[in-house]
Design a protein around this ligand. Sequence first.
Ligand code: SF4
Length: 366
Amino acid sequence: MKVYVHIPFCHSKCAYCDFYSVARSDYLGRYACALLNEWETRRPEETVDTLYFGGGTPSILPPETIIEIVGRIAPAPLRELTVEANPEDVSKEWIETLVGRYPDIRISIGIQSTIDSELKAVGRRHTARQALDALSTLRAAGVGNISADLIYGLPGQSPDSLTESLSTILDFRPEHLSCYLLSYEPRTLLSRQLAEGKITEASDALVEEMYQKVCEMTSEAGYRHYEISNFALPGREAIHNSSYWNNSSYIGLGPGAHSYVNGVRGANLPDLRHYLETGGTGVYQEEEESVDSQFNDLLITSLRTARGLSLREVEARFGAAYVDRLLSDAAAGLETSDLLLSDGVLTIPQERWLTSNSIILPLIIA
Ligand code: SF4
């Protein structure tokens, strides 16, 4: 079983972020108790094999608290333990304590850019210098599995400045890279700034140029592009996150966390106060999901990966009628080579992943 632990605290709110998090860091001890309480009420029979601390800002937690949570949720050795970290939190003591207990720990670090003006434009608290120092600190402490996050399409970013950020990060040879296109989510500060004309959104042509640059540079550096936003050195694909694209079961703990257990989706109420008051109990609600919606989920997640969508899997889960319908809806895409069919697996060529929405849309069951 895969377990996601949500840490809904941040030092401050970034301008583009719509994740459930609050800009304060008191309550940490009370929160850890509620999390473990929730775990006790929802723990499955299966052994936990991957554990992922996401947020919010998990690096806000003292290492001792992380160790205590891991010890309770996963007393047996894990295939993968990931902790998301922000550069400004990565101190020598913080990481050395974690590595001392978990030598194979994977750290996913939010670098986003190595250009100070770009970081400032979206309200990140760290500087480029802090980002590079954090990468050095992680390596010096012996972390052998680093995933670095980068954003393209930032206000004021150019293909040249993106190249500079990416090549600076690649110099550290992180085992994994996640490169996300900036999105303007409703009710964020960035969306307001856009509406007020204070910033401009990158054009489609600029975004396409940046995406191709990322693909080219990572490929030349030996990374495999295995999902629309994810690149890994051979054998270093994210195990936990791959479960989201492979339709494996996972349990999410904490306010706002989502779960998918044996084909049933559910979510916790995104309300920290309520979560603390109830000690993490009674906040999980299963969601009704129709068969068509389950099929759409599989379609959307699979077609943005190098693995693609197996027609055998579609038939096994949904029946032959779904395969027939899919092949009929995919005919136009197969003719234009937006879709490829080989050995019973449907894929979108990697160079078209950026515009995959328009290719997937005709295949969705409305
Ligand atoms: S982007 Fe990360 S650090 Fe920034 S507010 Fe969102 S969760 Fe917190």
